[in-house]
Write a protein that binds this ligand. Sequence first.
Ligand code: ADP
Length: 182
Amino acid sequence: MTSNHSCKANATTISLVRGDITRQEVDAIVNAANSGLMGGGGVDGAIHRAGGPDILKECKEIVAVQGKCPAGQAVITGGGKLSAKYVIHAVGPIWRGGSSNEEEKLASAYRECLKLAVQYEAKTVAFPSISTGAYGFPTDKASQIAISEAREFCAGNNNLEEIRFVLFDERTYDFFKSALDQ
Ligand code: ADP
């Protein structure tokens, strides 16, 4: 795993690594979930496989109480067998060409995760690139939204030590690097 880009935003380090989010030793990892919180492919499947059945059980309990989680929102569960104490399940938007408020929904998903992380006193939080896999959000736009929401959050909040973006492939990593360098 390489970890070679980071920058300071107020009290928080924003860092980029290439790798697998399920292997991160952080307080909270973010899942790119779907609104039913039922698990799925991509990073969602990887997190449930690595974290074991307790995570899905908690997700089902949440849906039973509050219904499906709309795009732009997030919920939190324990981390099951993961090293992370928490999994924050963020629902990103499905890309529909850009005219369905996708950009604001993606920004909101990042913000809600950061708020939950602080609320649960996590100091370190790792994000995948939400919505840029099966949900088809263009990675150039998505990476800029992710970095700018992280920066904006840190400008108004100094509780987090690190926000880490864990990018699975080189192409996605390069987009995030460009966004961070801007
Ligand atoms: P979405 O449905 O929100 O688009 P996906 O899981 O399909 O979510 O993809 C989101 C991003 O997560 C993609 O860049 C994908 O390559 C990446 N990804 C898949 N597995 C992992 C993993 N284990 N760790 C980190 N990122 C992952």
